[in-house]
Design a binder for this molecule. Structure first.
Ligand code: HEM
Length: 387
């Protein structure tokens, strides 16, 4: 399916959100359309050992279920300790702090990445631009060499899904944890400004220092959460702009549109298909009773194609006003911590790249990640004429 086009319809009894091949073939969207229209709070069976899950696919239901303002309807657990630990580094991810601490570095890095990629008339956008860039940013945030960061990210991605809280006991996860602990020990009582130093040397507002387990968990979360997601946001949005070239020209000729257009690109890219939660209490969603202990999957990507909220949702429209997308999650205590950074990275990338592109087209078929968790591209070969 071309991304500007409508997806192929799927009958309700043929929907299978656990069939990863369909996602690799970019066929998730037709299933979401059917569910939103015919059964928006859908009980979905699952192969053993899992017992099945509720699939929420409408924008309004996902929003209502994820926010914690109304305890009777919300799914997230409100864990004060988790909030206190998160607050330790949340300050570093505020937009003005990011601009102040990393603005010049990010601009320079983006320029270099774009210049290096555009030395070739044909290249893999994933390899040359979208995979490398977020790793280099994270290396700077953690103050760890790029090659080491790349290895750590690869290991942690291989081990568990992006929103898991504690890792399984795979050897790779143990390697990541061991590396994180070595960094922590080396930076304890130092005056470093990197995220590891902050996690080690600051005490959460409840006065209880981070336990080893909490440190491990956060270190892993930082490695996993910000890389693949930003990578796929860049690749998917680039593919969209290639397929809908009028939008690319619009952004190139009106760079100011990028400030708000980034939100439309994020909506359209939807790098995280879903997050999964266990209902902490009985909740009613759109008239259906979800019982405490039931598994619930919120399909953010589906909410981002909901025609009740977004007119003509399969079209990119960088002039769309107030894009109320769900790409970062919404309203829950676990909402993406790095969203301001991701927005900045994407905006800077297109600010540097688009003015230098005379033309860009696909040089071969796109290949995609076989996953219903991340909506990702593995190869995006492009042919460019640059200025
Ligand atoms: C376009 C890029 C990104 C997307 C689409 C994205 C999306 C998400 C989503 C959907 C969640 C789960 C939200 C929920 O459970 O409700 C999440 C969590 C998280 N993200 Fe992002 N993310 C992106 C970039 C980043 C970056 C650059 C960082 C930091 C370097 C980051 C750090 C985190 C962290 C630490 C969490 C877990 C927060 C917590 O559990 O308290 N993300 N992200």
């Amino acid at each position: 399916m071309k991304r500007g086009a409508q997806p192929t319809p799927v009958a309700l009894d043929e929907v299978d959100l656990t069939d990863l091949d369909r996602f690799r073939d970019n066929l998730g969207w037709g299933q979401f359309d059917t569910l939103r229209r015919e059964d928006p709070v859908h009980w979905h069976p699952e192969p053993a050992p899992n017992g099945g899950f509720w699939a929420l696919t409408r924008h309004a239901d996902i929003r209502a279920a994820s926010r914690d303002a109304d305890a009777h309807r919300s799914l997230p657990t409100d864990d004060p300790r988790q909030t206190a630990v998160r607050a330790l580094i949340a300050r570093e991810f505020r937009p003005h702090r990011l601009r102040q601490n990393y603005g010049a570095f990010l601009r320079e890095l983006t320029k270099n990445v774009v210049c290096a990629a555009l030395t070739e008339p044909e290249f893999d956008f994933v390899q040359r631009i979208s995979a490398d860039f977020p790793i280099q940013v994270l290396s700077r945030l953690l103050d760890v060499p790029k090659e080491v960061t790349r290895q750590l990210v690869a290991w942690s991605n291989a081990a568990v899904g992006i929103t898991e809280h504690l890792p399984c006991r795979s050897p790779t996860t143990q390697d990541v944890i061991a590396y994180g602990r070595a960094l922590r020990n080396a930076r304890r009582r130092g005056d470093g400004k990197d995220l590891v130093s902050i996690l080690v040397n600051r005490v959460p507002a409840d006065g209880v220092p981070l336990t080893e387990r909490e440190f491990d968990s956060y270190f892993l979360r930082l490695l996993k959460a910000g890389n693949e997601t930003t990578q796929h946001a860049l690749s998917n949005s680039m593919l969209g702009l290639i397929e809908q070239p009028g939008q690319l020209r619009l952004l190139r000729d009106n760079p100011d549109l990028l400030r708000t257009g980034v939100e439309e690109l994020l909506r359209w890219a939807s790098p995280v298909y879903h997050v999964r939660r266990t209902a902490p209490r009985d909740v009613q969603v759109a008239g259906r009773l979800i019982r405490a202990g039931d598994e619930v999957v919120m399909w953010f990507a589906s909410g981002n194609r909901d025609a009740d909220v977004f007119t003509d949702p399969y079209r990119i429209d960088v002039t769309r006003p107030k894009v109320d997308h769900l790409a970062f999650g919404r309203g829950s205590p676990q909402v993406c911590l790095g969203k301001a950074l991701a927005r900045l990275e994407i905006r800077l990338m297109y600010e540097e790249l688009l003015p230098r592109l005379d033309s860009v087209e696909l040089a071969s078929e796109v290949t995609r990640v076989r996953s219903n968790l991340v909506n990702g591209i593995t190869t995006l070969l492009v042919k460019v004429r640059s200025r």
